[in-house]
Design a protein around this ligand. Structure first.
Ligand code: NAP
Ligand code: MG
Length: 401
């Protein structure tokens, strides 16, 4: 059998710990036997990041900018304990943060849904994809405690002089005060990434804020989305047969719970933080949550939403078998290869990605799964296997297809 050919390299960002082990196995068992893999490889493992003063992370992001599609393994974000463990020169920044800053993208998270693992919300039939704006608001706040008798004001100073508004005279009690901001450029990028991704997935886009209460701040988000949609995307959405839908955040939450799923939900920074954890939990397992960073000019980086699964890695290092779930990492690869195939008009690469996803889901639905899923699955014939056995079962299923 001849292998599937690629024309443009996919940018490959290797990572750390247990996911680095799974990364190798996925390539060895599920990719390399079938695809003549053209990849531009960057080692984002912590040791090499440290060795290159984190230049490798910047270079990998530049490569995604150049080629358009990357696939990333989970990586350690160093803290004080990691600095000691790896004897690091510096507490390097989060690679995801560095890549996101360079691509200026938005992260979309999507659960892999399988029979036997029922979402907590019984009417959810299809995945709900969540997009979180990753800049500003409460994450870049300025805040004070205020004494009784003090007065808090909001002051804007600039070339047109000064604007000032009293927030509160704290006459009867001490309290707290907080200043938030966002910038149009970031909201515009967020909006474009969301519209681009909705077109890519051919799914409706929902967006919600609290503009009835926040008549200037949240209303600005609503207006920017509406303007960009009308001017740049309405015709494309009509053609694709999808909708852009704006509502209030509380109405959105109620509708999400009542829905069947199958759409993209764009959230402001805080809403996205909170709601993505709710959705991930309600859909079942973090190990089944995939993630893609989409830049406003249509560059894609695919990864698993979970981390490097340190607890399992330490066991693996001690020679123990682990039953770490590779599904989100497999889907990172299939997401990246499918996108590469679509951009380069390689139908067999697209078909390969579809088939590998199908083989993965079928394996679980036939009852073969890792321990985390075994604990959740309602299937009667279920069996828990270790990571490598699970990958071999997927390969077996794939070969049958
Ligand atoms: P984690 O790696 O996501 O793992 C937390 C726990 O969730 C695991 O101990 C395991 O539970 C379960 N889990 C997660 N993924 C799993 C999988 N694929 N299969 C089975 N179980 C899974 O989070 P963490 O332990 O907080 O972080 C570890 C490292 O990952 C940190 O250094 C952090 O910086 C990094 N991190 C990286 C990314 C990224 O690159 N995108 C994201 C988050 C964290 P049990 O132990 O109960 O089995
Ligand atoms: Mg959170």
């Amino acid at each position: 059998m001849s292998k599937i050919q690629m024309t443009t390299p996919i940018v490959e960002l290797d990572g750390d710990e247990m996911t680095r082990v799974l990364w190798q196995w996925i390539k060895e068992l599920l990719i390399l036997p079938y695809v003549d893999l053209k990849s531009e490889y960057y080692d984002l493992g912590l040791e090499y990041r440290d060795k290159t003063d984190d230049k490798v992370t910047v270079e990998s992001a530049e490569a995604i900018k150049k080629y358009g599609v990357g696939v990333k393994c989970a990586t350690i974000t160093p803290n004080a304990q990691r600095v000691e463990e790896y004897n690091l020169k510096k507490m390097w920044k989060s690679p995801n943060g560095t890549v996101r800053a360079i691509l200026d993208g938005t992260v979309f998270r999507e659960p892999v849904v399988v029979k036997g693992i029922k979402p907590v919300v019984v009417n959810w039939e299809k995945p709900i994809i969540i997009a979180r704006h990753a800049y500003g608001d409460v994450y870049k706040n300025v805040e004070f405690r205020v004494e009784q008798g003090e007065t808090a004001e909001l002051v804007i100073r600039g070339k047109n002089g000064e604007r000032k508004e009293t927030i509160l005279s704290f006459e009867n009690s001490s309290g707290v005060v907080q200043g938030l901001h966002n910038i149009d450029a970031s909201i515009e990028s967020f909006a474009r990434s969301c519209f681009e991704y909705a077109l890519d997935k051919k799914q409706d886009l929902w967006f919600a804020t609290k503009d009835t209460i926040s008549k200037t701040y949240d209303h600005r988000f609503k207006d920017i989305f509406a303007e960009i949609f009308e001017n740049e995307y309405k015709a494309k959405f009509d053609e694709a047969g999808i909708e852009y839908f704006y509502t209030l955040i509380d109405d959105a939450v109620a509708r999400v719970i009542r829905s069947k799923g199958g759409y993209i939900w764009a959230c402001k920074n805080y809403d996205g933080d909170v709601m993505s954890d709710m959705l991930a939990t309600a859909f079942g397992s973090l190990a089944m949550m995939t993630s893609v960073l989409v830049s406003p000019d249509g560059k894609y980086e695919y990864e698993a939403a979970h981390g490097t699964v340190t607890r399992h890695y330490y066991k693996y290092r001690d020679g123990e078998e682990t039953s770490t779930n590779p599904v989100a990492t497999i889907f990172a690869w299939t997401g990246g290869l499918r996108k590469r195939g679509q951009l380069d008009n390689l139908d067999d690469l697209v078909a390969f990605a579809d088939k590998l996803e199908k083989a993965t889901i079928t394996t679980i639905e036939n009852g073969i799964m890792t321990k985390d899923l075994y604990a959740l699955s309602t299937l009667e014939n279920k069996k828990a296997v270790n990571s490598r056995e699970f990958l071999l079962a997927i390969k077996n299923e794939f070969d049958k297809m």
